[in-house]
Structure formats: structure tokens, C-alpha cells
Design a protein around this ligand. Structure first.
Ligand code: SF4
Length: 390
């Protein structure tokens, strides 16, 4: 059965979102409560590709208001260690909601909903924000961006923001063997498990200002000036990947969810047909980017989540020049680290473990605790050459 995806390109972000949603939404909104699940994972500047563009949110709010929606919410829950309301304010979404008279909220404030995962691969049960299950419809409204560990962060991965508080980090702390012939990492299968219970009814991928390179927080803005909408989030993500010049294998969780939802890629119809004239080849996220900027350092990232990435980036930003007397340093983070990889890194210089996910190796290397860790404490750990866990 065909699945339709619409791409709308233009200079007005609000108009693009409005038009794209009007192509896919055909219900009586006056009978529905709807959550626009935006991406405001980080604090930062508006319209930089870090978070959903506030004008795209405005376009959707106006669309649903004109449809006389029964109740509309705009919300998210930011990465661990970031205040969600401050993030929503910093990226301009809060202000748009105030101007449009719509409730904007931290999803964690709606309470907890625990759900079992059917046929679990990596996680059996997750805690989520209740509102995502109380509303009649959820629209996933991510910003289009690359992701250093998941390949890309689009409408499926955006739903990770519905995980309650620290449960957001659980998918990064999986210590299970991968299935035979695995096509991804533990995180990819964890996201697939999440999508079995928390999958939006609609997707509106905001490609106004996207992000390439060292996403999800340290990449470079890319002007795309488009919006991608579908009733099928996975189809919207596949089309978004194509617009980013990426293949399904570049973001394995999307392909795993496609398979799990039984979608044949050949069944996706895209309007307009010649939409790839707007595609760009995005620079992929990768740890080598950091190495280029900070030659004294390497990162050994094996499954760390966005919160650790943000802490390590901040550490580099503010402290990369603080160790002139030291040689090469490897910052190791993430739950999938292997002993032999650490040993190989130690042969090249110092190794510093960062984040609670690395605690099992703390007897062998200096360790900076925290979930997420604090950048200044990473510095102290390197200076002391010993475990910092006071
Ligand atoms: S220690 Fe780091 S990678 Fe592990 S869950 Fe916490 S923030 Fe994420």
C-alpha cells in the first residue's frame, strides 16, 4: 500500500510547515488533543539546526488552530542535565507558543507512564512521559540533523525525548549482546524497541536550518528551507535521509524500524517527484571531526548519548589548551567500550574514562564520574591523572 510523503520548499519556515502538514492531516481536529513533540534537547540559539525552528512550530500551531483543534500542546524533555524550559526559551519555541496562545511544557511534568516493550530486543520496559499517551495524536517535529552515534536524528529518534527523565540515557547503557547478523549497534535496536511503544501519528521534519557534521549538538548549520511531512514517521525519515544525501545504512535505526513496521521502501511515494533536486550531501558526524580540531585529543566513543557528547564538546571548547605538558590523550565514553580498544588507546598515550557508563574500567584508567559528567571535572581528572569521583 502506498505511503505518501510531501516535501515543501520555500523561504518562509512557517508556511512550509503549514503547507506540508495540510497535505497529510485529514482528520477532524476539533475532536482531538494533539501534542507537537518538538526537539529542544539543548540550550542554544534559535534557527541554528540545534533544535526545531520556532517558525516551523508557529506554522504547525496556526494550522491546527485554524482546524479548531480541541487542545494543542507543544513540548519536549531535554537531554539529562539541561533544563527543558530554559532550552525551550533559548531556542525561541516558548516565545512562539506565548504569542500564539498555546501551552508549552516540559513533558516530564506530565508524570510517568511505564510501558512493556512487545517482543523486546534490548529493553523490556521503559518509563515515558504520560502526556504522549494521554493525547489523541502526537506529531513528531524534529530538526533535520546528523548524529554522531545514530547517524541521523529525525522523527523516530526525536521520540526519545518522551522518555522520562533519566530513562533517556537507558538506551545508551545497554550491556546486551547484539542479535545475530546485527545491522546496527545496541542503541539502534534500543530505538527500535522504543518505536514499538512510542511512535508518532504524524511527522513533520523541520529542514529549515538543518545540521551536518558533528551533530546532534556540535555540527554546522545547513540552509535547506524545506519541510517533510507524512503520516508515516519512518517514511518521512527515509525521505529526509535521501535529502541529506544519506543511505538507509547510514542511520541503521531507521531501517530497523522500517522493517519492524513492515514498510517496503518501494511503497513510498514522494511529492513532488523531483524533490531530490533539493538534496545536499551532508557531512556525516564522526569522531574524526574532533581529532581535526584538537590534535592533542582522540575520542573513543562507543555508544555514548547526547548528554555525554555535549559534556565532551564543552570540555574541548573550554579546556582543550589546558594541558601543554601532556602528550596525547584519549577521552573514552559510552557503554559499548571494549577492553582491547582501551588497551590500544593506552599504547598511544593517556586514556581518561568519562561518564558512569565507563565505570567498569575505573580500576585501570583515570575515571570522571557523572551522568552526564561535568566538563570541569573532566579537566580535573586529566590534571590529577587519577579517578575523580568526589
Ligand atoms: S554516562 Fe554519559 S553516555 Fe552514559 S548515560 Fe550518562 S550521559 Fe549518557
Amino acid at each position: 500500500m502506498p505511503v505518501d510523503v510531501f516535501v515543501v520548499k520555500g523561504a518562509d519556515a512557517a508556511q512550509n510547515a503549514y503547507e506540508a502538514m495540510s497535505r497529510v492531516f485529514d482528520e477532524d481536529a476539533s475532536q482531538l488533543s494533539i501534542l507537537l513533540k518538538v526537539n529542544s534537547g539543548f540550550k542554544g540559539k534559535p534557527a541554528t539546526g540545534l533544535c526545531t525552528h520556532p517558525e516551523a512550530v508557529r506554522g504547525l500551531v496556526r494550522f491546527f488552530k485554524e482546524k479548531h483543534v480541541k487542545k494543542l500542546y507543544v513540548g519536549d524533555s531535554s537531554i539529562v542535565g539541561t533544563d527543558t524550559i530554559e532550552a525551550l526559551k533559548s531556542v525561541g519555541i516558548w516565545q512562539v507558543c506565548e504569542e500564539e496562545g498555546v501551552e508549552c511544557l516540559n513533558l516530564d511534568d506530565s508524570g510517568i507512564q511505564e510501558r512493556d516493550i512487545p517482543d523486546p530486543v534490548m529493553v523490556e520496559r521503559l518509563k515515558l512521559s504520560r502526556l504522549a499517551f494521554e493525547v489523541d495524536r502526537v506529531v513528531s517535529v524534529p530538526v533535520m540533523k546528523t548524529h554522531m552515534y545514530a547517524g541521523a536524528s529525525l522523527s523516530i529518534k526525536n521520540m526519545k525525548g518522551c522518555l522520562y527523565q533519566r530513562d533517556k540515557t537507558r538506551l545508551h547503557r545497554i550491556f546486551k549482546p547484539l542479535p545475530e547478523n546485527a545491522r546496527g549497534k545496541c542503541l539502534d535496536y534500543g530505538i527500535m524497541d522504543l518505536a514499538k511503544i512510542c511512535y508518532a501519528d504524524y511527522a513533520l521534519v523541520d529542514g529549515t536550518i538543518a545540521m551536518e557534521g558533528f551533530g546532534p549538538s556540535g555540527g554546522t548549520p545547513v540552509e535547506m528551507d524545506l519541510a517533510v511531512a507524512s503520516k508515516s514517521p519512518v517514511a518521512a525519515d527515509i525521505v529526509s535521509l535521501r535529502l541529506m544525501g544519506m543511505e538507509p545504512g547510514d542511520a541503521p535505526h531507521i531501517d530497523l524500524v522500517r522493517e519492524n513496521k513492515g514498510l517496503d521502501e518501494n511503497d513510498i511515494r514522494v511529492f513532488p517527484e523531483d524533490y531530490l533536486k533539493w538534496a545536499k550531501r551532508f557531512v556525516r558526524a564522526g569522531e574524526q571531526d574532533l581529532g581535526l580540531h584538537y590534535p592533542q585529543f582522540s575520542t573513543l566513543d562507543r555508544g555514548a548519548c547526547s548528554a555525554c557528547h555535549a559534556a565532551v564538546l564543552q570540555f574541548f571548547r573550554y579546556h582543550h589548551a589546558d594541558f601543554p605538558d601532556k602528550g596525547h590523550i584519549t577521552i573514552a565514553c559510552g557503554s559499548d567500550l571494549k577492553e582491547e580498544e582501551l588497551r590500544a588507546a593506552a599504547a598511544e598515550g593517556e586514556v581518561v574514562l568519562v561518564g558512569n557508563c565507563t565505570a567498569r574500567f575505573r580500576d585501570s584508567y583515570p575515571f570522571c564520574k557523572g551522568c552526564p559528567p561535568v566538563p570541569s571535572q573532566i579537566k580535573r581528572t586529566i590534571e590529577g591523572g587519577k579517578t575523580y569521583d568526589d
